[in-house]
Design a protein around this ligand. Structure first.
Ligand SMILES: Cc1ncc(C[n+]2csc(CCOP(=O)(O)OP(=O)(O)O)c2C)c(N)n1
Ligand SMILES: [Mg+2]
Length: 666
């Protein structure tokens, strides 16, 4: 259905009016982008986007991503006009105010129809790539009858200029994601002024060189926009649609300039724009006729949804499989690992925790078909590939293993997109040191409440010879700073399996598994004083691994590869008649969530508490107190075999015991 020429302008101008008025009312925000892209958005939402405002969670809906998240009034206007329950006009009046779902930038957890949180430029497009990967994958698994939808992204100059854009489009081009269409707001303006201040790039050439189809259009001419979208839809490569637009279109003196980018237009300019656009209505007064034109555009999607429901209902067996595939996988994780853990408890193994992760993954990926793994070109080091996961390729999108290439940031953002899409539980690996390369996407995993699992190996100086560029020092502690992210540093093969189970049981909290390169002795099992195969001890975040024999004077708290060292230190102290507990603390976030009595029992006030972790000590005061001892590494490492480094930096029984005894005697 094509919107008639006389109805088109009022529908597009409704977006312009809402955007300039809301920004003016809030006295902050970005009117330029929504005003510039109003015509493109009206064609897209009014004629192409497959969605049902009455059923925003419909699995086979098209995904729409406003990667240029600063233009948030564009998506708020579209959601309201096309008939979503929210935002209401009252919400839009309250744009950017406390309690309004119309936040400064679109937040996926505040509004249905906002598929992902955007604002950090470049990441929306990269998440769109992940959504398109999930769609192709599920299409491969279930067929086009149930899964066949597009991912549409609106991106600005900024999204295309960010480094992550190179990673994201490279991935999309190689995977041949033909259902992905990026609409580029090609307005030649960023905050500082004209784009030629900072770039002379031939963007279409770069996209073409990366395996994309590129088409241009006049972003203010509906016929030109339609022709470009038709071409994009018809091409089996991912498409870039370069939409030539005027930023702030309609503002009489400011359109086409950076002045419209991120500030209210001001009353005079808005009055001029009303005249120019022929918009005579008061702010936030939406004529019934325009609203009903917009609402009518939703019929298309409602019909498609109803036809899809009929197809789903036509085969009970397939429906059951599809619905269970789209559901939460948390309940499957524990049972999938039972056999592995029971076997290890009876017959301990000394392995690196990265290897332990592979052992857990072998069972998990066998039991949980939604898991899609990958690595940023470190498959053999991260141990992320299992016998159940064949490569995901352009020809076989049903594959469950992604060769992300050397694209850590692109991988993390794509995993966010897949997780938000649903039906896929993504995990991906790199070296822990390169968590910093993708840190902002990890942060967005947490903010957006996704269940992404990061498999981050080579977690300390224990990696040895690669030296200080590769040896994490501050990464583990700095990841603990991110809210709603669980950072796990398991100490052995059993803790690793337990942490994997927990990671999959928290679908609204992403996880980082910090894993060792070097072998670590098994600390848990049937010989263990509190052994029970039935309880996941890591679930408390920290637990007493060893209880003092002599009168307790010391509690050692350690993580990962330092737990066995702490146990050896405790033995040495006991030999001197000094009672010492050992607390293993694989996840401080989960420990912090325990009640005060549990925490006080583990870390009592009246004994010396000592932390041991081969990383930054800043932060351990929270657990050992200001009068405790923090044993760690507050400097860069060095290039040498791991054993030599642990010795040099004081991670030995001989170096630690005297520090404890002298503290006790002080
Ligand atoms: C990663 C990142 N860096 C910087 C910013 C701040 N910022 C927001 S919009 C913008 C300019 C974007 O230009 P463009 O995408 O062309 O948007 P337009 O001005 O055309 O609306 C910048 C630098 C951001 N949001 N994210
Ligand atoms: Mg721009």
């Amino acid at each position: 259905m094509t919107i008639s020429a006389d109805r088109f302008a009022p529908m597009a101008n409704a977006i312009r009016a809402l955007s300039m008025d809301a920004v003016q009312a809030a006295n902050s925000g970005h009117p330029g982008m929504p005003m510039g892209m109003a015509d493109v958005a009206t064609v897209l939402w009014g004629e192409y986007l497959k969605h049902d405002p009455k059923a925003p969670d419909w699995a086979d809906r098209d995904r729409f991503v406003l990667s240029a998240g600063h233009g948030s009034m564009l998506i708020y206007s579209l959601l309201h006009l096309s008939g979503y329950a929210a935002p209401t006009m009252a919400d839009i009046r309250n744009f950017r105010q406390l309690g309004s779902p119309c936040a400064g930038h679109p937040e996926n957890f505040l509004l249905d129809g906002v598929e992902c949180t955007t604002g950090p430029l470049g990441q929306g497009l990269a998440m769109g790539v992940g959504m398109a990967m999930a769609e192709r994958h599920l299409n491969g698994v279930f067929g086009g009858d149930l899964v066949d939808h597009r991912t549409w992204v609106i991106a600005g100059d900024g999204c295309l200029m960010e480094g992550i854009n190179h990673e994201a489009i490279g991935l999309a081009g190689n995977l041949g994601l033909g259902k992905l269409v990026v609409l580029w707001d090609d307005n030649n303006i960023t905050i500082d002024g004209a784009t030629d201040l900072s770039t002379c790039e031939d963007i279409p050439a770069r996209y073409r060189a990366t395996g994309w189809h590129v088409v241009g259009c006049d972003g203010h001419d509906p016929a030109s926009i339609r022709a470009a979208l038709d071409e994009a839809v018809g091409d089996d490569r991912p498409s870039l649609v370069a939409c030539k637009t005027v930023i702030g279109k309609g503002a009489p003196t400011k359109q086409g300039t950076a002045a419209t980018h991120g500030a209210p237009l001001g009353p005079e300019e808005i009055e001029g724009a009303r005249e120019r656009l022929g918009w005579s209505h008061e702010p936030f007064d939406m004529p019934e006729e325009i609203l009903s034109d917009w609402r009518a555009t939703a019929d298309r999607g409602a019909q498609a949804h109803s036809a899809w429901r009929d197809r789903l209902a036509s085969d009970d067996d397939r429906r059951g499989k599809f619905e269970s595939h789209m559901a939460n996988v948390g309940d499957l994780a524990g049972p999938a690992l039972e056999g592995l853990i029971a076997g290890l408890a009876a017959e301990p193994k000394k392995v690196a925790t990265r290897k332990a992760s592979e052992m857990a993954l072998e069972h998990l990926t066998g039991a949980i078909p939604q898991m899609v793994g990958g690595s940023a070109d470190l498959t053999g080091s991260n141990n992320t590939k299992t016998g159940h996961t064949s490569p995901m390729t352009a020809d076989d999108p049903a594959g469950r293993y992604v060769y992300y290439g050397i694209r850590e940031f692109g991988m993390a953002a794509a995993m966010n997109g897949m997780s938000l899409h649903g039906g896929v539980v993504p995990y991906g690996g790199t070296f822990l040191i390169f968590s910093d390369y993708c840190r902002n996407a990890i942060r967005l995993s947490a903010l957006q409440q996704t269940g992404v699992v990061y498999v981050m190996t080579h977690d300390s100086i224990g990696l040895g010879e690669d030296g200080p560029t590769h040896q994490p020092v501050e990464q583990v502690m700095s990841l603990r700073l991110i809210p709603n992210l669980n950072t796990y540093r398991p100490c052995d093969v059993i803790e690793t399996a337990e942490c994997w189970a927990l990671a999959l049981q928290t679908p609204e909290t992403p996880s980082v598994l910090a894993l060792s390169r070097q072998g670590l002795p098994q600390m848990r099992g049937e010989g263990d004083e509190n052994w029970s195969a039935a309880s996941n001890r890591c679930a408390q975040g920290g637990y007493r691994l060893r209880t003092a024999s002599a009168a307790r004077q010391v509690v050692l708290v350690a993580t990962g590869s330092e737990v066995h060292l702490a146990a050896e230190v405790a033995e040495a102290l006991e030999a001197q008649g000094i009672g010492a507990d050992v607390v293993s603390m694989p996840c401080t976030e989960l420990f912090d969530a325990q009640d005060a009595a549990y925490r006080a029992d583990l870390l009592p006030a009246d004994v010396l508490k000592v932390s041991v972790e081969a990383g930054c000590t800043l932060g351990w005061e929270r657990y050992v107190g200001m009068d405790g001892l923090t044993i760690g590494l507050d400097r860069f490492g060095a290039s040498a075999p791991a054993g030599d480094l642990f010795a040099k930096f004081g991670f030995t029984v001989d170096a630690i015991v005297p520090q404890i005894t002298s503290k006790l005697n002080a």
